[in-house]
Design a protein. Structure first.
Length: 428
């Protein structure tokens, strides 16, 4: 009989119970695939006597996740509690210090402490893996660090927050305003306890920072992600975008440029007929581009018990097989400090503004754009009964800096009361 890989699982919520179920229900299959049995030694959560819909009576219980992580009968610590710091970080550090392998689904922890934890794993000769932390059930970390290891990755893009995609597609299909759909998503339990993590783009930004590290061999740099949430996207923007042949998505883009690493998570217009434009509801999509492979599109469930536990188990089985993968696709000490670059890659932009309905207002806006070197591709003035005239402009390619200069100058023209909405049009 081969030696089992013994798990200690901290966190028995949505993902944790999913993992326990797979280990229990597929024991034989997992043993065959891994070449050795996978067993659970001990578990931990906040409340011991909670019905979790799965029989956990045969596992040792620890109140303290740090104690769990360092038990002698635990080879692999599975961290499924969440939170960037606190018990998740303390227990992960303790596990690595004790030479245990760690598998986690915790993007917040890795986005903030990924480099230090990867170095700790390396120093201990242990494995730290995080497939479930990015795009739920989609094995995108493996795709990047294994399947595409022979490529120079040029760009990584993705819709990686299902809740935001649900809100945007629901606004579109039902014609409902943001606030109403936000409340609906809240009632359905789709939003994090702190909803700004979702709608503010922070959760998706965490994932993008992790993907960028794996794609470009750089240290995780979440602080350098330019973040903009979906709160300012209106039903009017969604309708105008549709009329112009686009859909609005909270899109993450990481690309290495001559100026450094650009990372942005923001609502963007993407062509309606592109795979990203067609993405509906809570589904995630990641687009990977490499110099050899050109483009790969991965699509699948970004959250939920089964999909996330599936990704956790992929990492667990790798460890059981003896696969000693590095955390971000190369040794932690070899990861370069990313030179962060503010978005400078030119793109067309969508602008929506409400101009005072007075002669010359639009001409003044056009002059400001011209002075900033921005040319107009398309312009539309939509019907109105108000004292302000809604105007849509699609620019030719320009830089964000030039656009910001123009937006600032427009503010001083006295022809609008609120700043224009400016959304990037991403080529996909
Ligand atoms: N849910 C998803 O679809 C999904 C997708 C991708 C990644 N993730 C990530 O997976 C991780 C877990 O998410 P989840 O949705 O499963 O969370 P969850 O349902 O809220 O469960 C969290 C679990 O952690 C336990 N816990 C919390 N604080 C603890 C502490 N101080 N000590 C011991 N146990 C503690 C809770 O105990 P009690 O049950 O006793 O309260 C609960 O069992 C997070 O990092 C999350 O970002 C989740």
């Amino acid at each position: 009989m081969t030696t089992p890989l013994r798990l200690g699982i901290a966190g028995l919520g949505t993902v944790g119970t999913g993992v326990v179920k797979i280990v229990r229900q597929k024991a034989e299959l997992l043993a065959e695939r891994a070449g050795r049995p996978i067993a659970i030694s001990a578990i931990s959560a906040r409340t011991r006597d909670k019905d979790r819909g799965v029989n956990i009576s045969s596992y040792a219980w620890e109140d303290d996740p740090v104690a769990l992580a360092t038990r002698d009968d635990v080879d692999l610590f599975v961290e499924l509690m969440g939170g960037s710091d606190g018990p998740a970080k303390a227990a992960t550090e303790a596990a690595l210090a004790a030479g245990k392998h760690v598998v986690t689904a915790n993007k917040a922890m890795l986005a903030h402490h990924g480099q230090a934890l990867a170095e700790a794993a390396e120093a201990a000769g242990a494995v730290l893996r995080f497939e479930a932390a990015v795009a739920g059930g989609i094995p995108v970390v493996k795709a990047l660090t294994e399947g595409l290891a022979g490529n120079d990755i040029t760009r990584v893009m993705g819709v990686m927050n299902g809740t935001c995609n649900y809100i945007l597609t629901r606004m579109q299909s039902a014609g409902l305003p943001y606030d109403e759909v936000f409340e609906e998503a809240n009632q359905l339990g789709f939003l994090e306890a702190d909803p700004t993590l979702d709608v503010g783009g922070i959760d998706a930004g965490h994932k993008l920072a992790l993907l960028a590290a794996a794609a470009f061999g750089t240290r995780v740099d979440f602080a350098a992600v330019e973040l903009e949430g979906i709160e300012r996207v209106t039903i009017a923007d969604i309708r105008h975008a549709e009329d112009l042949g686009y859909r609005i998505k909270l899109l993450g883009v990481a690309q290495m440029t001559g100026r450094g690493l650009e990372q942005r998570m923001s609502p963007c217009l993407v062509p309606r007929k592109s795979p990203l434009g067609q993405l509906e509801g809570g589904t995630n999509m990641v687009v990977l581009e490499g110099d050899q492979v050109e483009q790969i599109v991965l699509r699948g469930p970004g959250a939920g018990e089964g999909p996330t536990a599936s990704a956790v188990m992929g990492d667990v089985i790798d460890v059981a097989r003896g696969f000693r993968a590095t955390t971000f696709g190369m040794p932690a000490h070899a990861l370069a400090a990313a030179r962060p670059a503010r978005t400078a890659t030119p793109a067309p932009y969508y602008l929506r503004m409400a101009l005072h309905d007075k002669p010359g207002a639009l001409a003044k806006v056009a002059t400001v754009l011209g002075n900033a070197g921005i040319s107009i591709d398309r312009m539309r003035q939509t019907k109105h009964r108000d004292v302000t005239a809604p105007v849509l402009i699609v620019t030719h390619k320009t830089t964000r800096d030039a656009l910001d200069d123009a937006l600032k100058a427009m503010g001083g023209l006295g022809v609008m009361d609120t700043p224009p909405v400016a959304l990037r049009i991403e080529s996909v």
